[in-house]
Design a binder for this molecule. Structure first.
Ligand SMILES: [Mg+2]
Length: 387
């Protein structure tokens, strides 16, 4: 019995969710995006149906360009709470198959498995795919491989609607022809550096010296080259780490640029985050504020503190500072005299999210005793939000 991982990646997830409510759009080019406003819209495409992809539509494409390529597509506004709810239901189904199933994003999840040969692995892949399709009418692609990284890469090759199985002995030949960009962690910058060195495929990566590799790949998946050489080193299923971040998000009933309303919402997010951090016995160092504007474009700002803290005041102060920065930026320099600019920069905010990273456990010696010293702070005690 071989150890492996089943990786499930939903196909064009936001669009597939919308087709549940708009079956009349099936087979047509469909995009979930900001309002295209007849080609004048700002913001981007978030998800495109495979029919729309034939016209060149894809996620992150400015919606004005999408409109120029395919004005006849159906452009739908996103409904994130519907997608999140659907995602939770699919996740619950995967947990029925394996209690170890884990979500990696709103539309990707995986679970460990054991299988005897290709036929059995393919049966497992087809079965989970069919179950998701029957219960939710949602299409997905499935990759099955000896570890998580490879299973994710296999699911990419299975798009759309396929099942790709990579057995341990097939790993080098599976990886060799893939473009370097398909290595998890290789983004456009690393890709450019690699292409400049004539390194286009994973096979060409394996020809580099360890030193060159380290310089070029940086923090991207270092195991991939060993796997491509047939020396598999990654364990099939990674141990669950503690949380990498704790965060909270809220969507305004009406988009707003009112500084007081934003600040009030920020404080309530900070309250929730600080409570969760304390409950888990953690401290944080980095605070990230993410803002989604009315046109669905997203901006984020982070600040790292000199030392870890779990103080609500510190979180609030940093969050307010980041929000102030973003608001000032959007207002820009004082408006010039004369007619107002034609293009209005979107300033009204739709969602606000506050996240803390760089989490560490509170050292044992500093943990408050349960039900004992946990009353209100003693007067004269040094404040613990100096971080
Ligand atoms: Mg997907």
């Amino acid at each position: 019995m071989a150890d492996g991982v089943v990786y499930v990646d939903m196909d064009a997830f936001y669009v597939s969710c919308e087709l549940l409510r708009h079956p009349e759009l099936k087979g047509r080019p469909v995009a979930v995006s900001a309002d295209p406003r007849g080609g004048q819209g700002r913001g981007v495409v978030l998800s495109a149906s495979y029919e729309a992809r034939r016209y060149g539509l894809r996620s992150a494409l400015p919606v004005s360009q999408a409109w120029a390529l395919c004005p006849e597509a159906a452009y739908l506004r996103p409904d994130f709470s519907f997608y999140e709810e659907t995602s939770r239901q699919v996740m619950a189904l995967l947990r029925e198959r394996s209690s170890l199933a884990r979500a990696f994003s709103i539309d990707e999840a995986a679970y460990p498995t054991g299988f005897e040969g290709r036929a059995q692995a393919e049966r497992e892949g087809r079965a989970v795919q069919a179950e998701i399709l029957e219960r939710f009418l949602l299409p997905c692609s499935v990759g099955i491989a000896p570890n998580l990284t490879l299973a994710k890469m296999a699911s990419d090759r299975a798009k759309p609607g396929g099942v790709v199985v990579v057995l341990l002995e097939e790993v080098p030949e599976f990886l060799a022809p893939l473009p370097v960009r398909s290595v998890p962690g290789v983004g456009p910058v690393t890709e450019r550096a690699l292409l400049a060195r004539q390194v286009r495929t994973i096979r060409e990566l394996t020809l580099l010296s360890p030193r060159e590799l380290k310089t070029l790949l940086g923090s991207s998946n270092p195991d991939i080259v060993r796997m491509a050489r047939g020396e598999s080193t990654e364990s099939p299923w990674p141990e669950e780490e503690g949380p990498r971040s704790v965060g909270s998000m809220s969507t305004f009933d009406m988009d707003t640029e009112d500084a007081d309303a934003l600040s009030r919402e920020l404080r309530s997010l900070a309250t929730r985050v600080a409570e969760e951090v304390k409950r888990r016995g953690l401290r944080f160092r980095t605070v990230t504020l993410r803002v989604r504007y009315e046109d669905f474009s997203q901006v984020q700002r982070s600040q790292t503190l000199p030392r870890p803290t779990d103080a609500f005041d510190a979180l609030c102060r940093v969050g307010e500072g980041l929000l102030g920065e973003l608001l000032r930026e959007r207002r820009g320099s004082p408006a010039p005299l004369g007619p107002a600019p034609v293009l209005r920069v979107p300033r009204r905010i739709r969602t606000l999210s506050l996240t803390v990273q760089g989490l560490r456990e509170v050292p044992a010696g500093e943990r408050p005793l349960e039900g004992f010293l946990s009353g209100p702070p003693v007067a004269g005690e040094p404040p613990d939000h100096e971080a």
